[in-house]
Design a protein around this ligand. Structure first.
Ligand code: UDP
Ligand code: MG
Length: 327
């Protein structure tokens, strides 16, 4: 598949990145709603549709739409790689000064894109989050698991992670470049983006029900996202063994005292005391050792992650034309 960029990097103000997997049912409706909104902006834009290895007619439909819509660019992934990976492919290739990512299924309203752009430009923001004000259209189970998820990630990744912010957001070129420079493999953008520390704003919207097609996030994928979120931002689970080991060790000590006193003052079955103490001792030692291993694996993990430990917001020496060497 040949893919010549239809727009030049210098001119494009806005890129809209849309990961899609088997979305043939919503695609025409998406195009119908998105295109007038983007045309109404009056700035050069591109739409980067990432076909995440769809097995339905998504690719064929995209090709058809491309004929009459020069701003539409299609990136086809060879196989299904998942929502976040498809997003990465789109962000890596988008050329706009601002990049909006949006779901294909019209749960995020395209009509909010101009608001995001206006806010970012007026307040000089690098990130504008789409915040779901209302999830009434989601099932009770989805809302409950989402609530749990945001509580957990805010605890692990910090309060800068806005609750109820999905993957509908605007990023400036600087924010996109910062994301592209990260070495992370399994990316969870809703945690990585706040972690970059750029000035940010919010646009609230109501989460609409899916007009057609099925959610591509069944329970298994939701769990996968949660596990990636936790392990991507914290080695805390590895410490659980250390704590368990410590607690087990204390309990074992208590039980050992009890066993010995039982042996001294009562008639116990011969062999019970030594056997029980042996079992307790080995169990406690093993847990403590696993915990210790966990501590080291945690250090290896952060070393291998190799993320930058800081981002420079601005540097007067670099921005003032007469930069002088500093010691
Ligand atoms: N998606 C994708 N690859 C996948 C799964 C989903 O590109 O493997 C896209 C999907 O087409 C949609 C977005 O990611 O544009 C969000 O998926 P979905 O609407 O199924 O998730 P939900 O809204 O149910 O959380
Ligand atoms: Mg959806």
């Amino acid at each position: 598949m040949s893919e010549a960029p239809t727009t030049t990097a210098a001119a494009t103000v806005l890129s809209v990145v849309i990961p899609m997997y088997n979305e043939e049912e919503v695609l025409p409706a998406l195009v119908n709603r998105l295109r007038p909104v983007l045309a109404g902006l009056g700035v050069p834009y591109e739409v980067v549709a990432v076909d995440d290895g769809s097995t339905d007619r998504t690719a064929a439909l995209l090709d058809a739409f491309r004929l009459g819509w020069p701003e539409l660019r299609v990136i086809g992934l060879r196989r299904n790689s998942g929502h976040q990976a498809a997003l990465t492919a789109g962000l890596d290739r988008a050329v706009g000064a601002y990049v909006v990512s949006i779901d294909a299924d019209l749960q995020d309203p395209p009509e909010k894109i101009p608001d995001m752009l206006v806010l970012a430009r007026a307040d000089h923001l690098d990130i504008v989050y789409g915040i779901r004000a209302d999830r009434a259209s989601d099932t009770g189970f989805k809302r409950w698991t989402a609530g749990l998820y945001y509580r957990l990630v805010r605890r692990l990744a910090g309060p800068s992670v806005p609750a109820q912010a999905g993957d509908f957001r605007l990023l400036s070129r600087a924010a996109v470049d910062a994301l592209k420079a990260l070495p992370d493999q399994q990316r969870v953008y809703r945690l990585l983006v706040p972690w970059l520390g750029f000035p940010s704003g919010e646009v609230t919207y109501e989460r609409a029900p899916r007009p057609a097609g099925q959610s591509k996030y069944p329970l298994g994928r939701m769990i996968r996202l949660a596990v990636d979120s936790v392990t991507g931002f914290s080695a805390a689970p590895l410490r659980i063994a250390t704590w368990l080991g410590g607690v087990a060790f204390l309990v074992c000590l208590g039980l050992m005292v009890y066993t010995l006193s039982a042996h001294a003052f009562q008639h116990t079955v011969p062999g019970w005391t030594s056997l029980f103490i042996g079992v307790l001792f080995i169990g406690a030692v093993q847990l403590v050792c696993v915990g210790l291993l966990g501590e080291y694996v945690g250090r290896i993990y952060t070393a291998v992650q190799n993320r930058p430990t800081y981002f420079v917001g601005h540097d007067t020496a670099a921005t003032s034309g007469t930069a002088t060497a500093t010691a």
